[in-house]
Design a protein around this ligand. Structure first.
Ligand code: KG4
Ligand code: ZN
Length: 342
């Protein structure tokens, strides 16, 4: 490991609509500041141009706040880790350019991080409420942009063994919510209403997709036609049945995810399962995975809430691992909107 024993990593995340900065001391999080961009609510989804402008406004105060909260001086920083991709190009460019300039200014190494890898390795943050999975494990990464099952053999040895062929699971939540007239992002609202609903009240189709892959676009159409038909019969249908509709949608999505996870366990023989990504904040998924420990003999790992949705602490933990392994980036590194895990 180069130079000092105590490593301070400043991490920056700007891949979508959250501007975040964190400071880690080795694998411990000293601060993790997230500025969520409220502007997108007005448009029912993330507007890329507005996202990059908001990142530009937020990045300096967010980084200042992360360093202040960590109670360190920026001269103590060992390296700067940043999200290189995948994500929205304009958003990624803000974090990438900022990280590159600060690394030049402070004369410290720069470390590029794959956002999806970070969702997986967030489990290795040293936190009393979390336990790290043992290698090899299966990671189910479920976010607004991705749905993947990844076989994780080591920190730097991962293989995607299943993924969505169309919409991501977060999109399935958000688009279903939009059909129900709920504001963006609707995933957390479906979760909230589902808590008091009957998950077997309405039935939606479970798609038949090959191997370990997923598909969610059919479900969205299924829900749309169902709602159109029902509201024609009764204009108050959504209002009168919101909890049951949400519970039934959530149940269907969880069933689709679990079907493939069970298949992946059977295929690989790996029973260590870790979830990651914004949708792993979903209480239904958390419950089903907790129950899977006794039901199927799996060992399941669910990250702390704040490390599920986009945050810089997860970028920092990958930064720390890469720092120890001396995997540094050069100043000519560029943002990468499509960036596949390997
Ligand atoms: O990982 P993330 O913060 O951003 C991306 O990289 O996409 O994931 C955001 C996604 C959104 O689709 C949001 O609706 C969903 O995660 N989400 C949830 C919940 N919390 C966030 N979906 C269902 N239930 C939740 N509690
Ligand atoms: Zn994410």
């Amino acid at each position: 490991m180069p130079e000092h024993d105590t490593i301070y990593i400043l991490a920056i995340e700007s891949s979508c609509d959250d501007t975040s900065a964190a400071v880690l001391m080795n694998d411990k999080v000293l601060s993790n500041v997230v500025a969520t961009q409220a502007i997108h609510k007005e448009y029912g989804g993330v507007v890329p141009e507005l996202a990059s402008r908001a990142h530009q406004q937020n990045i300096v105060p967010v980084v200042h706040q992360a360093i202040a909260k960590a109670n360190i001086d920026k001269k103590q920083l060992s390296a700067i880790a940043f999200t290189r991709g995948p994500g929205l190009m304009g958003s990624l460019l803000v974090g990438t350019s900022f990280a590159k300039s600060l690394s030049l200014g402070l004369q410290i190494p720069l470390i590029e991080v794959n956002h999806m890898k970070a969702h997986i390795l967030a489990h290795f943050i040293d936190d009393e409420t979390m336990q790290a999975p043992s290698f090899p494990f299966l990671a189910l990464t479920i976010s607004g942009g991705h749905t993947q099952i990844v076989q994780v053999n080591d920190f730097f040895d991962m293989k995607i063994i299943g993924q969505t062929l169309d919409d991501a699971v977060g999109e399935a939540f958000d688009k279903s919510a939009k059909i129900l007239g709920l504001p963006y992002p609707g995933g957390p609202l479906i979760d909230k209403y589902a808590a008091t609903g009957d998950s077997h009240k309405f039935e939606f189709t479970i798609p038949n997709v090959k191997d370990l892959d997923f598909s969610f676009s059919g479900l969205k159409t299924n829900i749309l036609y169902f709602i159109q038909r029902k509201t024609k019969e009764n204009p108050d249908f959504i209002k009168n049945n919101l909890e049951d509709i949400c519970a039934s949608i959530q149940y269907t999505i969880i069933t689709i995810l679990m079907k493939k996870l069970k298949k992946a366990v059977k295929q690989t023989g790996i029973k260590e399962i870790a979830i990651g990504g914004g949708v792993s904040a979903n209480s239904g998924i958390r419950k089903v995975l907790t129950e899977a420990q006794t039901k199927y003999g799996w060992k399941t790992y669910i990250p702390k809430f704040e490390y599920c949705t986009d945050n810089a602490a997860m970028i920092g933990i990958v930064g720390y691992q890469k720092y120890k392994d001396e995997q540094f980036s050069q100043q000519d590194v560029t943002a990468k909107a499509r960036y596949v895990i390997s």
